[in-house]
Design a protein around this ligand. Structure first.
Ligand code: CO8
Length: 257
């Protein structure tokens, strides 16, 4: 498939999507959304792909929603079209997605990174929700996902002032899982994605569902959900294989079923 704003590749069992609008620091417009959804859908139907890495350029993961595209819009336009709602589909990707962030991850860019399952950042990464400086507020989940990720104090600080935080502060705050040297970013993200792709896909998908459920329900319901998923994995061949391989001191050969 020909893409205009993203580069889509498969490397072994890992799908790689690179945002590619260098002239606009990878600002997210309607074409990016359409193409990201297409790329995710293609990876989801490709049984060989076990995990996805989403990245940008060295200078910018994405500097936000495309301000030039939004500037002429009126309330009635964006309300009637339920502007932004299409991004929910991106956030609901079933296979694990790792964001590999270098440079600016601002506004919708930060929100897109937070839609991924975890973020690996280069030392050069800068995160922020500067929408307030444009007379609006985060619209792709920033006020909700950032607050869940870093807590109220830091989220308020960032969202009310519009300031950026560097990679070290983002790691201290719990927004990113690892910070690496710029030239290690893709290798590190790939190594993590390859590891995930080598594991039993049903257990990977259920692990992701279980962690995500923690954000949506009570502890008691979440624990029950986790336990039921755990029980159900004993119906898979891969549970038999994984445990037999441990006992027999050999590597498991998962068949993803
Ligand atoms: N939208 C459109 N174009 C952009 C954007 C953007 N978000 N960010 C940068 N660009 C363009 C610039 O206009 C410039 O283009 P040109 O060369 O044609 O003038 C080019 O990218 C390079 O940018 P700069 O010259 O500004 O580069 P600097 O290194 O001087 O500055 C910054 C880099 C600090 C990142 C600066 O570009 C900046 O502040 N960008 C805007 C950041 C921002 O406010 N982001 C939030 C946008 S609002 C948002 O994300 C709402 C999300 C909810 C809606 C989601 C719907 C999809």
């Amino acid at each position: 498939m020909a893409y205009e704003t993203v580069i889509v590749e498969t490397r072994g069992n890992v799908g790689l999507i690179t945002l590619n609008r260098p002239q606009a620091l990878n600002a997210l417009n309607s074409t990016v959304l359409k193409e990201l959804k297409q790329a995710y859908a293609a990876f989801h139907t490709d049984e060989a792909v076990g995990a996805i890495v989403l990245t940008g350029s060295e200078r910018a993961f994405a500097a936000g929603a495309d301000i030039k595209e939004m500037q002429p819009l009126a309330f009635a336009d964006i309300y009637k079209s339920d502007f932004i709602s299409g991004w929910d589909e991106v956030a609901k990707a079933r296979k694990p997605v790792i964001a590999a962030v270098s440079g600016f991850a601002l506004g919708g860019g930060c929100e897109l990174a937070m839609m991924c399952d975890f973020i690996i950042a280069s030392e050069t990464a800068k995160f922020g929700q500067p929408e307030i400086t444009l007379g609006v507020i985060p619209g792709m989940g920033g006020s909700q996902r950032l607050t869940r990720a870093v807590g109220k104090a830091k989220a308020m600080d960032l969202i009310l002032t519009g300031r950026m935080m560097d990679a070290a502060e983002a790691e201290r705050s719990g927004l990113v899982s690892r910070v690496v040297a710029p030239d290690r970013l893709l290798d590190e993200a790939f190594a993590a994605a390859e590891k995930i792709a080598s594991l039993s896909q049903p257990s990977v998908l259920m692990a992701k569902e279980a962690v995500n459920r923690a954000f949506e329900t009570t502890l008691e319901e979440g624990l029950r959900f986790e336990r039921r998923l755990f029980h159900s994995l004993f119906a898979t061949d891969d549970q038999k294989e994984g445990m037999a391989a441990f006992v027999e001191k050999r590597k498991p050969a998962f068949r993803h079923r």
